[in-house]
Design a protein around this ligand. Structure first.
Ligand code: FAD
Length: 470
């Protein structure tokens, strides 16, 4: 089997110093619990052995990845899919062989080419642009669009892709979520054939970077009725004026999907605006404490003129925006599970190595309860998201289904990262130890693509028949 490459300066190897300059390499020791349920006890001990053979690895765990007989799926391509130990019921084993193969290859690339970069990027609040070609080559962008998908696939598989990304880094997962779901999703759902042909292939190979501008300084949760950005058709050109806030990837982007109210009919419409257009400016939002590597920006649109053809053909009212958000919310729910998994795996490994009162803290009952509650949250969320994605494939998913998945998965993620942080004590707030970054990043995910409250109101309206937004 292919053992994951050394994740470089993985925090789990840096146990004896929180100071990077004085870091000592930690030699994980055997826990003596290799026979525990799901074969998951060896954890981090086995994950850094580069020379392990397939036979030696059987029954062990690599970096939270179960390699038990049940969990290993050998596919024809030679890429092995290993069920995550945190996928306690083995949901991912229900994916097709081709989907599992794709995920296995993605996981290998993420461990090798992405994980080593993300802590530093988070510290510096810069997006690691080196990962963009890696993501494009791994074909994680454009998985859902007929024009760009590498093979026909299920929404459950696309959810697992978001989980794998989130498990390594929430900022990278968010970058993909914007490019893939919000930008390509809007063009795929609302664009004309010509617009799809023009933009989707270039977005999928990341030769073009996109952003999605809905939120404004004075309008977040009430975007359906509160947008102030205007669009006016003047002599064959749309003239856009207004301001946007929080727009992910905007300082890196070549094109932005801008949502604005048509002054003629008061309807919210979508426009493809190249960032080189005169009158367009994007300024990075500084000093964030969550998702620091994501480049969020304030945008100003000052008499920005685009050709009539830049209007997305099928984006003619907020109903169309909501359609896109229904699709992306379910993927954010999967991404949130990934963040919970990332924190859980780090906390599990840490607690098996850290000793207090003469034994690993993982051997104390109260610490085990935190880990088990986290695993329960993850397992329940995977079950929920698997179903909501199946509903999408079956054509039965509605706004309230996707909203419920997002609000439950993000609430459980928030609880999980806090439990995992707590289980690591003081080291839980230092990013070197693997949990702190997930803990901080969970806050933004909890609030974007509809806050917990907004999603609750969407579900509340569906079950009571009463809209309680205003
Ligand atoms: P507000 O709407 O001001 O809400 C503040 C609080 O009031 C929340 O708790 C909310 O739930 C509550 N509240 C508001 N109204 C009600 C009500 N009727 N009943 C009960 N409670 C209510 N937007 C984009 O368009 N594109 C992006 O790429 C993008 N990326 C983002 C990335 C990050 C990291 C973040 C933090 C945000 C991003 N957003 C983006 C914006 C995001 O979608 C908004 O932050 C979110 O919709 C909430 O809006 P707000 O921040 O203005 O909060």
């Amino acid at each position: 089997m292919r053992v994951l490459d050394d994740p470089g300066r993985s925090p789990l190897r840096l146990h004896n110093s929180g100071h990077r300059g004085r870091t000592t390499r930690h030699q994980p020791r055997s826990t003596g619990q290799e026979g525990s349920p799901n074969g998951s006890a060896a954890g981090a001990v086995r994950s850094y052995n580069r020379h392990e053979t397939r036979a030696e690895a059987a029954g062990a765990v690599s970096n939270g990845i179960s390699t038990t007989r049940r969990g290993v799926q050998q596919d024809m391509s030679g890429e092995e899919f290993q069920t995550l130990a945190s996928d306690f019921y083995g949901f991912a084993e229900e994916l097709t062989p081709q989907e599992r193969r794709h995920l296995a290859a993605l996981r290998t690339r993420l461990e090798r080419d992405v994980r080593p970069l993300v802590d530093e990027a988070w510290e510096r609040a810069e997006f690691p642009m080196e990962v963009v070609p890696v993501l494009a080559e791994a074909r994680v962008i454009g998985l859902g669009a007929e024009l760009t998908r590498p093979f026909p696939n299920s929404a459950v598989f696309r959810g697992w892709t978001a989980l794998e990304l989130g498990r390594v880094d929430a900022s990278v997962a968010t970058f993909v979520g914007v490019q893939n779901g919000l930008v390509m999703g809007t063009i795929d759902v609302c664009g004309s054939d010509e617009q799809r042909r023009e933009w989707l292939p270039r977005l999928a190979d990341a030769s073009v970077i996109g952003a999605f501008a809905l939120t404004e300084p004075l309008s977040g949760s009430d975007a359906a009725r509160g947008l102030r950005t205007t669009a006016e058709l003047v002599g064959g050109e749309w003239v856009l004026n207004g301001a946007k806030r929080w727009i992910g990837n905007a300082t890196l982007a070549d094109v932005v999907v801008v949502w604005a109210k048509d002054v003629a009919d008061g309807q919210v419409k979508g426009f493809l605006v190249p960032t080189s257009t005169p009158g367009f400016t994007a300024t990075k939002i500084e000093r964030k404490v969550s998702l620091r590597a994501v480049q969020n920006a304030d945008i100003v649109l000052d008499d920005v003129r685009v050709h009539e053809s830049a209007k997305l053909a099928g984006a003619n009212g907020f109903r169309d925006t909501a359609h896109v958000l229904r699709l992306t919310r379910a993927e954010v729910a999967w991404q949130a599970i990934g963040v919970a998994v990332g924190a859980y795996e780090a906390a599990l490994a840490y607690t098996k190595e850290r000793e207090q009162f003469g034994k690993p803290i993982a051997a104390h009952q109260l610490v085990q309860e935190k880990l088990v509650r986290s695993l329960g949250n993850i397992t329940a969320s995977i079950a929920l998201c698997t179903k909501v994605s199946r509903m999408l494939d079956a054509g039965t998913q509605r706004d309230e289904h996707s909203a419920l998945a997002k609000l439950v998965a993000t609430r459980l993620m928030r609880e999980t990262v806090a439990l995992c942080r707590e289980a690591c004590g003081g080291n839980g707030i230092v990013s070197d130890y693997g949990v702190g970054r997930f803990f901080a990043d969970a806050e933004a995910i909890y609030s974007y693509e509809g806050t917990y409250d907004m999603n609750a109101l969407i579900v509340g309206r569906a079950i009571t028949g009463h809209g309680a937004f205003a």
